[in-house]
Design a protein. Structure first.
Length: 338
């Protein structure tokens, strides 16, 4: 039992059943909590479950009950994933909730019955973005990850969140394939790159759909595997951001540049400056643009992404002035000194 005192909101309805089912531990109680989450049909119910699980996880940490902490964190992850599923279902059916607003011309009764918005449910953009990424992970993969985290108990909690976000990001914003989970570079950023390089000879991490925007003379997809092919000329590269793919593409970019096969390139990644792959790109690049704000990647249906971090454009070439003039519009330019 968890003994530490924690101030937390009092759950009700399905939230109460989910959390109450998990108190006292044991596989049966954990499974009951998971079933309650799967039955939730309202975002505010899931927000209650998630908030209470976070509070109980903190209590378990204080009480040094590692298994209870791991169980509560797993319940939190499940609640956030279910929230992402409900968000996706709503977008695909009735559309985004307008909220309980009287200025839309509805009667008082209609306003009261209207679905609440995420903001009204207390769900901020960061939570909504994380929920969307969790929901993008295929169910079997999600279950395997959760099982693994529970086995390795509480110390893995923070790593669990980071890994789930990375896994969801791979499925949500993969640059491979032809499908519904792709997210593309906005046209205005591609135009900035063209202003520097002229045209693109190659996009080695693309698809048929993505290349309609990029318009590279040659591209490689997941099926043709650009990591196994030679690169040359002017390259545009927006690699998949999940590991180990992003490290492999960074290695390939640097190798082809050093060999002289690539004559110019612009590479777009998140600004994870502490990672080995970022440092490798940075040490070989001519200059880097660190963006002001975040690049809003675009889905095939025109939906704008909400990245949780900023981006960087790496320039490989011999005309820093042209790069600075073009990309100075969207961020500050750092010339690389060796």
């Amino acid at each position: 039992m968890i003994r530490a005192e924690v101030s937390a909101p009092k759950p009700n309805g399905i939230a109460a059943r989910a959390i109450a089912a998990s108190h006292g531990g044991g596989l049966a109680r954990y499974d009951a909590a998971c079933r309650a989450i799967s039955e939730a049909v309202a975002v505010d119910e899931l927000k209650d479950i998630r908030d209470e699980a976070m509070a109980m996880s903190a209590a378990a940490r204080i009480a040094k009950n590692k298994q209870a902490e791991a169980d509560m964190m797993s319940i939190r992850f499940r609640a956030e994933r279910r929230l992402g599923e409900l968000m996706a279902a709503q977008r695909a059916t009735v559309g985004t909730a307008q909220g309980r607003r009287s200025d839309l011309g509805f009667s008082e009764t209609q306003v009261e019955a209207a679905p609440i918005t995420l903001e009204e449910a207390g769900i901020d953009k960061n939570l909504a973005d994380r929920a969307r990424k969790y929901a993008a992970i295929p169910e079997q993969e999600f279950e395997q990850r959760i099982d693994s985290y529970r086995e390795s108990v509480a110390e893995q909690g923070e790593r669990a969140m980071a890994d789930l976000i990375a896994a969801g990001e791979k499925h949500v914003r993969g640059t491979f394939g032809t499908g519904e989970n792709e997210w593309y570079t906005p046209d205005e950023h591609l135009e900035l790159a063209r202003a520097v390089l002229g045209s693109f000879d190659l996009d080695p991490a693309s698809s048929h759909v993505a290349n309609r925007k990029v318009q590279a003379k040659q591209f490689f997809s997941e099926e043709t595997n650009g990591l196994d092919k030679p690169w040359s000329g002017n390259v545009w590269l927006n690699p998949p951001y999940a590991q180990p793919a992003i490290s492999h593409f960074a290695d390939k970019m640097v190798d082809e540049w050093v060999r002289g096969e690539v004559t110019g390139a612009i590479v777009l990644t998140h600004n994870y400056t502490d990672t080995a792959w970022f440092q490798k790109l940075a040490r070989s690049a001519t200059a880097i643009c660190f963006t002001r704000g975040r690049v809003r990647f675009v889905s095939p249906t025109g939906e704008l992404a909400a990245p949780t971090q900023g981006q960087a454009f790496f320039y490989f070439g011999h005309n820093v002035d042209a790069f600075a003039q073009s990309f100075g519009e969207v961020g500050f330019i750092a010339e690389v000194r060796r």
